[in-house]
Design a protein around this ligand. Structure first.
Ligand code: SIN
Length: 313
């Protein structure tokens, strides 16, 4: 059974990655998880300078989900290269560096620094964080800006370039088309959904910034619909993210059009979840006589005549 996937010039041994912000820099779990068994890891978003992020509380549990407003806290690109990358280089997994920035220039400089590193195999560009005033959603909800950022970054790397899109727009497919037109190799769909939660005793929001990004099983149906929409709008691969907590969830994402998937919030419960999801997907394919996951991707049996989404795609 063929589990691997090639994106541009990089071969992933399977289609299950761990999502940015849910697995640190990949060096915190060596005794718990053999990360060489994952398709790859996506790092916490890296910016030029270290960031402390937003004030606490910045995480709250919700029904079947989690709200976060971390605010892109990270150690900065230089410390990542010096302190984290050496361990990742010998880990036997594919490393996708996620980049966040407040300006287009910052994206470019951080990407160039990382592009020069042998152990960095590709990039995921975060234009979709809902928790910062500069960059993040203010970029990711402007299709011209997403297009411009993609174009500028494409000029600067031959490694896979993936743009991580927000669901907090009317038509995510317009953004995916813009990324494809400017040379992105794939889009990650979706980042978190804007949400909030209130403590009824204090009448205060449960997180300091009032709103945050909702993740976890609560958003899986939204993510599936966005992956379906996107994968019908572009030819480049779509990487599905949003509430995947089991191999069955991953199979659903492949069926609606994802070529790879990322496990996010579920890592906080079990950091080895990605490995069991990869094994479960493999067994499902074997049981169903599929000798490649390609046969599963976009295999949804729809009745186009009664599909609302297809009518405006
Ligand atoms: C955060 O750091 O606030 C979360 C990252 C994101 O949603 O992109």
């Amino acid at each position: 059974m063929k589990e691997s996937f090639i994106l541009r010039n990089v071969e992933f041994k399977n289609r299950i990655l761990v999502a940015s912000g849910t697995f640190g820099y990949g060096d915190e779990v060596p005794d718990l998880v053999d990360i060489s068994k994952l398709g790859g890891i996506v790092t916490k978003s890296l910016s030029m300078k270290p960031r402390d992020g937003n004030p606490n509380p910045r995480i709250a549990e919700t029904a079947s989900g989690m709200l976060n407003s971390i605010g892109l806290a990270n150690i900065g690109v230089h410390k990542f290269i010096n302190d984290k990358l050496p361990t990742l280089k010998i880990s036997g997994t594919i490393v996708i560096a996620n980049i966040a920035a407040s300006t287009v220039d910052e994206y470019c400089v951080v990407l160039e620094l990382l592009d020069a590193q042998v152990g960095v195999h590709g990039f995921e560009i975060n234009v979709s964080c809902p928790n910062v005033k500069e960059g993040g959603l203010s970029f990711g909800t402007d299709v011209k800006l997403v297009s411009f950022i993609t174009k500028e970054l494409r000029k600067r790397t031959e490694k896979p370039l993936i743009i991580k899109l927000t669901p907090n727009v009317t038509h995510i497919s317009d953004f995916a088309r813009a990324c494809e037109a400017e040379g992105a190799d794939a889009v990650s769909v979706i980042n978190t959904v804007i949400g909030m939660s209130v403590n009824i005793n204090t009448r205060k929001p449960k997180i300091a910034t009032t709103t945050g990004g909702l993740s976890g099983p609560a958003i899986k149906p939204i993510a599936l619909a966005k992956v379906y929409e996107t994968s019908n709008a572009v030819k480049i691969p779509v990487i599905g993210i949003g509430g995947i907590a089991s191999w069955e969830d991953a199979v659903e994402f492949f069926i609606v059009g994802a070529s790879m998937v990322q496990i996010g919030t579920a890592n906080f419960i079990n950091p080895a979840k990605g490995i069991s999801v990869a094994e479960g997907v493999k067994q499902y394919c074997k049981k169903n006589g599929l000798d490649s996951i390609d046969l599963l991707v976009k295999s949804l049996q729809t009745n186009k005549t009664i599909s609302i989404i297809d009518s405006w795609l």
